[in-house]
Every structure is written in C-alpha cells, then in structure tokens.
Ligand binder design. Sequence first.
Ligand SMILES: [Zn+2]
Length: 177
Amino acid sequence: MEILQQVQHEEKRIYSPKRVFTEVKERVSILEYAETLTGLRRYGEGSWLGRCPLPSHEDKTPSFVVYEDGQAHCYGCLFHGDVVDLYQAVEGLEKPSHAAGELAVAHGIELGDRTDGWRRWQSEKGQILDAAEEVRKQSFRRRSFRLLVLPYLDGAGADEIKAAWGDYEAGLREYGR
Ligand SMILES: [Zn+2]
C-alpha cells in the first residue's frame, strides 16, 4: 500500500529504458536478489560465494561470486553481469529491457508513460502493484504477470494491453488466489 501511494504521488514520466535500467541498478540489490536464488556465504572483503543459480549451469562446487559493488561472476560458466543481467539469465528472458522492466515493477519503480494503452495501465496500476507483491510467490503468477508486463515494455497498443489483462484475469480466476 505504501508503494502504491508513493507511485501515485510521483509525477508522470515518459518511459525511458535507460532511466529504468539506472534506477533498477541503484535500488535493487544484487546480493538480496542472489540470496533468493542460492545460498551464499562470505567469500572475501565485499564478496559472497554460492552455487551458480543459472538454469544452464549445474554447479556442483560453489563457483558463483556476488560482489557488493553490484556485479556477479561465475568461475564455472563464466557468467558476468549486474542484477539485470542475472535476472535476465535466471528467468530466461529475451531482452535486457524485459528484465529491467520486471524488476522495476516488482520493486515499485515507476516505468513511465509510453503508449495509448498507458491510460488503462495507469488506472489499473493499483492492481498491477498488488499483483507484483504476489508475483514472486508463485510461478503461475510470475508467468501471468509477465504476459501483462512484456507487451507494455515492447510498446504495445491499448488493444494488446487489454488482451493481456484479459488473459491475466482469466488465469487468476482459473487458478484461484
Ligand atoms: Zn555458472
């Protein structure tokens, strides 16, 4: 609720992928995100070690290091990147903008205005943020939420966003809360 009020009081801004990237990297901790994926222990000054969380890497001996400066590196599969890169790799998303956009919504960071569909999006924002609160808890909701967010990030029009909402709400009805 607090997040929603905060968002409603922010001035309307135009969607800028660059700004969203910057804000996500400033405000979303790679360490906190990585801890939701894998067990981490102190490795050295400002760094933590655990098994690699990437689906493509079966890491038998821990080789994944998270640095408190916002980067992660895997000495097994040679993944290297920031929180957006890590989220993209873990979630198997096609575009970095999708990863940044999902992280932004999940953390209450304003995406901004973009298309004609935005007016509807704005009016539904309360519901979207409520959904975002739930989204990390269940894989179904994560998938359905993605159906909702990605068309927006790709600049979908009002009809596509309306259709995505229909799919999302139908999914919620079918699978329950
Ligand atoms: Zn790895």
